[in-house]
Write a new protein. Structure first.
Length: 305
């Protein structure tokens, strides 16, 4: 692992935010992602980028920005035989983060220009909230808005939603670096969905979350998006995590929640990959059931609301 540090002056007037971004073969979108952080209205940041053995031009792009912004950007490159995955790379970045707050960024997404400012302001005013996310625009490969991703806003609604889908948009989160006087880290227990597991466990153990109503990120959907890789495996992990929370962390699902999980588990094995993909996207909150039904609405004698 190759680490290149930067000299960063921490101001006393505003808390330092450590933006962490894992990267793997994101060259097509990486410039937009980096630029969106560098041009934030909130300026007291350090930007820690971890390259996970990229084989495209990602590392070249990262180094060009590190050279331009040595006081802000810290770069870490894993060795060729250490392809660890996004959350493991995030944990490496977290080890070096010095900010009061941690902001997660993904290499194929875009942060709105005032995302960090609004999230810092919210966390400063709400010391009981551990983590804050936001709603998001959904964009395609060309950056054109094709939809929206809306999540529950209050801790209570977020808590109740975890039994059915992941109510947090991962690249929108900002959280407190210290958790019970210790550094926050992702719990790497599954081959995927470790953010779902980590946050589900935290909210079950009393940590409070919130989502801002504003769409502060642009969440990109594309064919090489990690969301679409090994979907059946990810869906299975989601169901395992739910069961673990039901059994060991005193999460009380409603009968409807249990029924939904049961039906999803049956369909996981019975349906082809394409349909499983749609179910998984519903469980992630990326698409809604009505999005699948609306194209068929002209053939059915009732409306879908």
């Amino acid at each position: 692992m190759k680490i290149q540090n930067s000299k960063f002056k921490i101001t006393e007037t505003k808390p330092l935010v450590s933006v962490i971004m894992p990267v793997f073969n994101a060259g097509s979108f990486l410039t937009d992602a980096i630029e969106s952080i560098l041009h934030q209205t909130y300026k007291n940041i350090e930007f820690i980028i971890v390259d996970d053995c990229s084989t495209d031009e990602s590392w070249k792009i990262i180094k060009s920005y590190q050279k331009k912004y040595p006081s802000i950007i810290k770069t870490i490159r894993l060795k060729k035989n250490l392809n660890k995955g996004g959350d493991s790379c995030a944990n490496i970045a977290l080890k070096y983060a010095r900010g009061k707050y941690i902001a997660r960024m993904d290499a194929d997404d875009i942060s709105g220009i005032d995302r960090l400012e609004k999230q810092v302001e919210f966390l400063e005013k709400n010391p009981d909230i551990f983590m804050v996310g936001s709603n998001a625009h959904v964009i395609n490969t060309r950056g054109i808005i094709i939809g929206e991703k809306l999540e529950p806003l209050t801790n209570n609604d977020i808590y109740k939603s975890y039994a059915r889908f992941h109510p947090i948009i991962h690249p929108s989160i900002m959280l407190r670096r210290l958790i019970s006087a210790k550094r926050f880290y992702y719990q790497i227990k599954y081959s995927a969905n470790n953010d779902y597991h980590t946050f589900f466990k935290l909210i079950c153990t009393g940590f409070k979350f919130a989502n801002l109503e504003e769409k502060l990120v642009y969440y990109r959907i594309h064919s090489t998006n990690d969301t679409f890789v090994n979907i059946k495996n990810k869906f299975m992990n989601t169901l395992k995590i739910r069961l673990r929370m039901f059994m060991h962390y005193n999460y009380k699902p409603t009968p409807k929640d249990v029924l939904i999980s049961f039906i999803q588990s049956v369909l996981l094995f019975a349906l082809p990959e394409r349909v499983t993909k749609d179910l998984y996207l519903i469980s992630k909150g990326i698409i809604k059931i009505k999005d699948l039904i609306l194209p068929l609405q002209r053939f059915i004698p009732f409306s879908v609301n």
